[in-house]
Design a protein around this ligand. Structure first.
Ligand code: ATP
Ligand code: MG
Length: 352
């Protein structure tokens, strides 16, 4: 097949990990006889420096025409002045909104070889295989913001339609897994959460009788995620709760550098990116872990291009590289560490 992929390297380690992941994409394309054309565009701090805007119109246009988007990371200390009018993160929020990518899928499946890097006891981690579906284009991140003298506010809003579509997506994904959905909210305090809970209950009951739905308050979910992570299958939640819970969940996998994500809407296009940020503390040193971005390429192959065999092939190659002890510094836990490019090379070797 032929596919057009827009690459948004972004800031910090973004360019390093996307470059590594693109080598893997090209290798898998060659192996299966596909033609993947890639075009780079600006986003985030790099775009602010070049054009003054975090999401230039040329970038958005290119993304709209592409089959899929691979993104590195945005942000960094040089753009985080509290007085700044434009911020790199605005570019990310704007592109998700503009492309209607309301469902952010974040799978967490700890690899046995990486368990040593997790602060959680290994016996709690064996068999953990969960998928967080985070609502991505609503809630407090997008509500009106006001700032007065000594006072500030962020408005949190959800419509029934916004809740329905993301809960539906989570239930569909649960059908292909173990058939269990945990909906996370704060319904004892927040009105948006009460609407969330009512809506989730109705969708599951009316449209997915074969899926079991359970509700969990976000504070207790934060605890259970560490105490009994094996019990969860699909977790669906609103934007900010999902942001926080998935950084927490990354500790189950051993490192932020292992977790991929897919941001999907109703169409074929999606944005694929590691869940980690731009890691300015290690940027430019060639030591960042590229596995999360490589696993994001696998999700791109699966969800936007419909290439399931190719996606599995990439996931298996990463798994084998880890089995083979190919660890970047974040995973090494005292063992010898390799750099970003060597990790990509290790994955490509396993593809053959
Ligand atoms: P954001 O707000 O964009 O989500 P963040 O504040 O959560 O960013 P990250 O940039 O994700 O922060 O970095 C958190 C820590 O994890 C840093 O110490 C960073 O070096 C480390 N880290 C993140 N990604 C990787 C990676 N791919 N490889 C190695 N270390 C990483
Ligand atoms: Mg973060």
């Amino acid at each position: 097949m032929q596919a057009e992929i827009v690459v948004l390297p972004g800031d910090g380690i973004g360019p390093e990990v996307t470059r590594a992941a693109l080598r893997v994409l090209r290798a898998v394309g060659e192996r299966y006889g596909h033609r993947f054309t890639t075009h780079e565009h600006l986003i985030g701090g790099a775009a602010i420096d070049a054009t003054g805007e975090p999401l230039p119109a040329a970038t958005l246009d290119a993304c709209r025409k592409a089959d899929a988007v691979l993104l590195g990371a945005v942000g960094g200390p040089q753009w985080s002045d509290p007085q700044a009018k434009v911020r790199p993160e605005q570019g990310l929020l704007a592109i998700r909104k503009a492309l209607g990518l309301y469902a952010n899928l974040r799978p967490v499946k700890p690899h046995p070889a990486a368990l040593g890097a997790s602060p959680i006891k290994p016996h709690l981690l064996n068999g953990v295989d969960l998928l967080v579906v985070r609502e991505l284009t609503g809630g407090i991140y997008f509500g009106d913001k006001t700032r007065g003298d000594g006072i500030a506010s962020d408005l949190c809003t959800y419509t029934v339609a916004e809740i329905e579509r993301v809960v539906r997506r989570a239930c569909q994904l649960a059908r292909q897994r173990r058939g269990h959905v945990t909906s996370v909210d704060k319904a004892n305090v927040l009105e948006t959460s009460r609407l969330w809970r009512e809506t989730a209950t109705r969708i599951a009951r009316d449209e997915f009788p074969d899926v079991t739905l359970e509700h969990q308050l976000v504070d207790s979910m934060a605890m259970h995620l560490l105490a009994k992570p094996r019990e969860y299958d699909v977790i669906v939640t609103e934007n900010m709760f999902g942001d926080i819970l998935t950084d927490e969940a990354s500790m189950l996998a051993g490192s932020l550098g292992l977790l991929p994500s897919a941001s999907l809407g109703e169409g074929q296009i999606g944005i694929y990116e590691p869940i980690h940020g731009s890691a300015p503390d290690i940027a430019g040193r060639g030591i960042a872990n590229p596995y999360a971005t490589i696993l994001s390429v696998a999700m791109l192959l699966r969800h936007s291009l419909g290439l399931e065999d190719e996606a599995k092939c990439v996931e298996l190659a990463v798994s084998r590289a880890l089995d083979d002890g190919q660890f970047t510094g974040d995973l090494a836990a005292g063992r010898p560490a390799i750099g970003t490019d060597a990790a990509a090379t290790a994955v490509i070797r396993q593809l053959q």
